[in-house]
Write a protein that binds this ligand. Structure first.
Ligand code: CAA
Length: 240
């Protein structure tokens, strides 16, 4: 039977490429999204991958979604916590709402979905969790105290949960992407982005596939000895 994989934020950007790659690797993929119906419909039509609308930062919506997926396909044993947003601004301009939105979506979602899938993974004696962190959670970034804190939290969360999952066959790893050519990065002011790219030794932005290939690697059945690790995929911008 195909293993069931949930990819949050899985219909656009890095998440869409992760969903496609896992689908090609023979997984039963469900790609979740929170808002953009048109992009999700187009993604589903072009890939044949099932999409589901719910807010990964909302515990009740996650509870309902996991129950629905489990009833239709069986236990989710591959979870990719990819959903993420930015609300950039220097601390003096950042509002409490900007802080909360990023913490709920980027970090709260990891708690919600790990909490709701972990027991089933334990019963299956198999689980693969990949949390998408960020170079900016490792190194910090001007104008991103909310995002850097949430992503840094993901890295700590990953190492803690890896210790809990190890004896049940559940691996928990993080990927820390650098600057990848997506809508999120294209929203960075052009002059700022130009300076960032100039600091990437490989000399280009990342491609979403660069990250997706890492997810396929970490979620393979054979990857059972890799847990609690962070795979940096950033063109050499930050060597950690
Ligand atoms: N270090 C030190 N000082 C800096 C600086 C930096 N990196 N960037 C700007 N400054 C200084 C400016 O020179 C300016 O100084 P003066 O007032 O003396 O001229 C001051 O800080 C204010 O700068 P801005 O005018 O740029 O401030 P702003 O409030 O208009 O904008 C910002 C701030 C929104 C953070 C904007 O700079 C920005 O968007 N930066 C990019 C943030 C970024 O990289 N986000 C990543 C998004 S992609 C992502 O997050 C994915 C991932 O995982 C990698």
């Amino acid at each position: 039977m195909k293993r069931v994989a949930l990819v949050t934020g899985g219909t656009r950007g890095i998440g869409a490429e992760i969903s496609r790659h896992l689908h090609e690797a023979g997984r039963q993929v469900i790609a979740s999204y929170a808002g953009n119906d048109a992009a999700a419909a187009e993604f589903a039509a072009t890939t044949g991958i099932e999409v589901m609308k719910f807010d990964a930062g909302d515990f009740q919506q996650c509870t309902d979604a996991v129950a629905k997926i489990t009833a239709a396909h069986g236990a989710i044993t591959i979870l990719v916590n990819n959903a993420g947003i930015t609300r950039d601004g220097t601390l003096s301009k950042m509002t409490r709402d900007m802080w909360d939105a990023v913490m709920d979506t980027n970090l709260g979602s990891c708690f919600n979905l790990c909490k709701l899938t972990f027991d089933a993974m334990r019963s299956e004696k198999f689980g693969r969790i990949v949390n998408i962190g960020s170079i900016n959670g490792q190194a910090g970034q001007y104008g991103q105290v909310n995002y850097a804190a949430a992503k840094s939290g993901i890295h700590g969360f990953t190492k803690a949960l890896a210790q809990e999952g190890a004896r049940f066959g559940i691996t928990v790893n993080a990927i820390a992407p650098g600057y990848v050519d997506t809508d999120m990065v294209r929203a960075v002011p052009a002059d700022v982005l130009q300076k960032i790219v100039a600091r990437i030794p490989v000399g280009r932005l990342g491609h979403a596939e660069d990250i997706a290939r890492g997810v396929v690697f970490l979620t393979a059945d054979a990857a059972d000895f890799i847990t609690g690790s962070t795979l940096s995929i950033n063109g050499g911008q930050h060597m950690y």
